[in-house]
Design a protein around this ligand. Structure first.
Ligand code: MGD
Ligand code: MGD
Ligand code: SF4
Ligand code: MO
Length: 731
């Protein structure tokens, strides 16, 4: 029986979405307790945009009075199609989290003591504005850095650009998708973006290298993935762990961690030497094929078998299957690509090249080109010219597309190339997001100003001089949200319920600070809705329709060759660059190069980490609704290995890394579903912040154990899977 989407979801993580809906008895009973709410009602639906992760699905939030009762997918929004992932549904638990920040706080104890006094907004904002004036005078405006994650950061980027700094570092670049974006820019002239422009629903063969769809829950991708599986698409999953995706695959390749580039090179070897590539496409659109063909000769499946621990014949057979489905054959570029540091960009380049040989870029079932919608800007004065970011030294990571977060941290520590003295932190918990925590903590202690804008008292807030409580996404307007998908357009984030206590939206905070800093001209509006209406008017969008429907879509345009799309590439040569002159000129290998990872020391396991369906990093682990559903805070270890160590399933251990750093006590999950040379954790657990009363002390924190990194020399990504741990049994 073909696997229907419904059945797929019920087999996999998607059951959780249903379970969340059932658990909404939580808010239902709250609704019942509310005198004006009829528990049977659907309430009134307001369309807005989710921000529990960065996919930005359209949602319909149902309210009765000012009480949120449930969240559903907006059927008009092309990224949700009326469905949400469990986290989007469970955001009710964020809205009513009793630990939410509700008042501006000023630090009274030492940094990190989490001792604050509540102050008025005026006092908090004046304090920050005075400090910013002070820093500007003493060191120049470039001495202030912004660390950010999420679309709400746009107001603070605007504010700080007007103030005069370009030091904006997001861990979602160097710790996440950086190597992939750089590799695809080098090869195709553009990157896969977010949401990734993948036509998974029409792929006849899909290869997942690590990408653990079904645990990594990006909504539309998971829906399309379910469609592909239901259609019987050939699915090949490469992962040291038997992931949810692997459980749906025809072939699971339990690769030795860190050796994927070798596998990819061998696949290219087979496809090129057996002439299984899309010849006409390659001739028409690519450059450097001859150099590639020459270089690839040595990378035989037998060579790769020795590196990867996989069978040479299986490597050969899978290569033939991948090529057989072309051009509707997709090697998923992944999202989190900062893995091992040494060859991450090369691995991503190998993935890009493989897709080029398959002709999948531009074709149905491959990479499509979203039509997009042009949004006008509300005019504001030009920003002052800022100094180049302080994150990199001469010749370092020449291909980084964004400032490196860890580079801004280093500049804070050593004052080179110029001092960084103030940090603005928006929507990122740097304590858990950045590797090498000791460096982060030292840098924080060296600051003259640390402002944290957050919705919860996360670890980073505990170090702030000033904590500003933001209204959560369900409680605020943000700037227009562009949708770049098969169907493109624009979406509106708008408030559904009032914020708790004195929490305020980011636009208001940024504008108030702007006015106090003499930058009022950059905020030529009194309320954000006026700004949004103006922007819509300038863009030819009817605001009333947008507010009612949550989305306005642009007319359809061809997004794949089959529908009439003409292919162009924004590289220097105008072609897909299999051989990269740019890399060669900068002293790097112009063709993908494999670097063997360091071996696992005796008695140790490689530390791997990933996602769980019901949680987004540490930002949902305090959500009681999602918490009731799943904790996913156990450490995976191979069952046989656990037995040899005398550890039963569920036993409590501490992980101790190569530098002696010891985790909090954590239970093990002894399972056949992982290789014996590694352990696996879900990132975002092991909170220590005392204000996170639900999450504190649950599970262990992988980030704490990442005391070493290997830096990608091409673009500065911090490979974090280079740490090793032993297991210490707890009484
Ligand atoms: N539910 C949920 N979904 C999310 C998020 C979330 O927090 N929660 N976060 C989102 C974000 S920001 C990102 S970047 C993405 C990340 O999601 P992905 O891009 O899918 O991340 P990966 O790091 O590739 O995936 C982790 C998987 O890689 C496997 N792995 C580890 N080492 C290796 C190796 O050497 N080789 C191979 N082939 N596999 C390996 C692990 O076993 C695990 O299954 O997820 C996004 N989706
Ligand atoms: N060890 C390790 N390190 C990692 C990863 C890993 O898997 N393991 N993953 C890496 C990846 S892929 C990424 S993308 C980064 C992501 O890491 P971060 O950039 O830290 O992203 P989040 O964890 O989503 O950010 C969480 C913070 O945002 C706050 N927040 C939530 N909603 C709002 C809001 O509406 N407004 C404001 N102001 N704040 C809000 C939360 O309370 C929390 O403090 O981490 C990277 N670092
Ligand atoms: S994938 Fe889930 S958490 Fe992310 S935006 Fe969509 S519904 Fe929200
Ligand atoms: Mo990420």
């Amino acid at each position: 029986m073909p696997l229907s989407r419904r059945r797929f979801l019920s087999l996999g993580a998607g059951t959780l979405a249903t379970a969340v809906a059932a658990k909404l008895a939580f808010s239902r009973s709250a609704a019942a307790a509310h005198p004006t709410i009829d528990p049977g009602t659907d309430g009134h639906a307001v369309s807005t945009v989710c921000e529990v992760c960065f996919w930005k699905c359209g949602v319909e939030a149902h309210v009765v009075g000012d009480r949120l009762i449930k969240i559903r997918g907006n059927p008009r929004h092309p990224l949700s199609n009326g469905k949400l992932c469990p986290r989007g549904v469970g955001a009710v638990g964020l809205a009513y989290d009793p630990d939410r920040l509700v008042k501006p706080l000023l630090r009274v104890g030492p940094r990190g003591s989490e001792e604050f006094k509540a102050v008025s907004w005026d006092e908090a904002l004046s304090y920050i504005a005075n400090k910013l004036e002070d820093l500007r005078k003493k060191y120049g405006p470039e001495s202030v850095a912004l660390f950010n994650h999420g679309s709400g950061a746009s107001w603070f980027k605007h504010l700080l650009s007007a103030y005069g700094t370009a030091n904006f570092g997001a861990p979602s670049f160097a710790q996440c998708r950086g190597p992939r974006d750089v590799a695809f820019e080098l090869t195709f002239g553009s990157d896969p973006g977010s949401p990734e422009i993948l036509d998974i629903g029409h792929s006849d063969c899909l290869v997942l290298i690590g990408s653990h769809l079904g645990e990594n829950m990006h909504n539309t991708q998971v829906q399309d993935f379910a469609d592909a599986v239901a259609r019987g698409a050939d699915l090949i999953v490469v992962d040291p762990r038997f992931s949810t995706a692997a459980s749906k695959a025809k072939t699971w390749l339990p690769i030795r961690p860190g050796t994927d580039t070798a596998l990819l090179l061998a696949w290219i070897h087979v496809i090129v030497t057996e002439q299984r590539y899309q010849r006409a496409y390659v001739e028409k659109y690519t450059s450097g094929f001859d150099e590639l063909a020459k270089a690839i000769v040595e990378y035989t499946p037998e060579w790769a078998a020795a590196e990867t621990g996989l069978d040479a014949e299986v490597i050969r057979a899978t290569a033939r299957r991948i090529a057989g489905a072309a051009p509707a054959s997709l090697v998923h570029p992944g999202r989190h690509a900062s893995w091992y540091g040494a060859d991450d960009t090369h691995r991503s380049r190998a993935i890009a090249i493989l897709n080029a040989l398959l002709g999948s870029w531009g074709h149905r079932g491959g990479f499509f080109r979203p039509s997009g919608m042009k949004l006008a800007k509300v005019p504001t004065p030009a920003y002052p010219k800022a100094k180049p970011p302080a994150d990199r030294r001469e010749g370092e990571a020449p291909f980084a597309l964004e400032p490196l977060a860890q580079g801004l941290r280093r500049a804070t520590l050593d004052g080179q190339p110029y001092p960084i003295k103030g940090w603005f932190v928006y929507g990122t918990n740097l304590i858990q997001a950045l590797p090498q925590r000791e460096e982060t903590l030292k840098a924080i202690q060296a600051l003259e100003l640390l402002v944290v804008v957050d919705v919860l008292p996360a670890e980073i807030a505990g170090y702030a001089d000033v904590v500003l409580p933001e209204a959560a996404y369900l409680e605020r307007f943000d700037d227009l949200v562009p949708i770049a998908w098969h169907k493109s357009g624009v979406a509106l984030r708008q408030p559904v319920i009032p914020p708790p206590g004195e929490a305020k939206p980011g636009w208001w905070i940024a504008r108030e600070l702007g006015q106090r800093l003499g930058l009022g001209a950059y905020f030529p509006w009194t309320d954000v809705e006026g700004y949004l209406k103006e922007r819509c008017k300038l863009s030819g969008i009817d605001y009333a329709t947008l507010a009612r429907d949550g989305v306005v879509l642009a007319p359809d345009k061809p997004t794949v060759v089959e529908d009439g799309l003409a292919l162009t590439f924004a590289t220097e040569s105008g072609k897909i660059e299999l051989y990269s002159e740019k890399l060669a000129k900068a002293g790097f290998s112009p063709l993908p190069k494999y670097e063997r990872p360091d071996g696992v020391p005796a008695g140790y396991f490689r530390l791997l980490y990933g996602r769980a369906p019901a949680h987004t990093f540490g930002r949902t682990t305090n959500n009681r609704l999602l918490g009731e559903l799943a904790h996913n805070d156990r450490v995976w270890i191979n069952a046989k290995v656990a037995k040899d160590l005398g550890l039963a399933d569920g036993a409590t251990v501490r992980l101790v890394n190569q530098d002696g750093i010891k985790s909090a006590p954590v239970q093990i999950k002894a399972t056949e579903r992982i290789r014996g040379d590694c352990v696996y954790m879900v990132h975002g657990w092991g909170h220590t912040a005392k204000g996170l009363r639900y999450a504190k002390g649950r599970g262990a924190d992988d980030a704490e154990l990442v005391s070493r990194v290997k830096v990608d020399p091409v673009m500065g990504g911090t490979g974090m899977r280079v740490n090793f741990v032993t297991l210490q049994k707890e009484a």
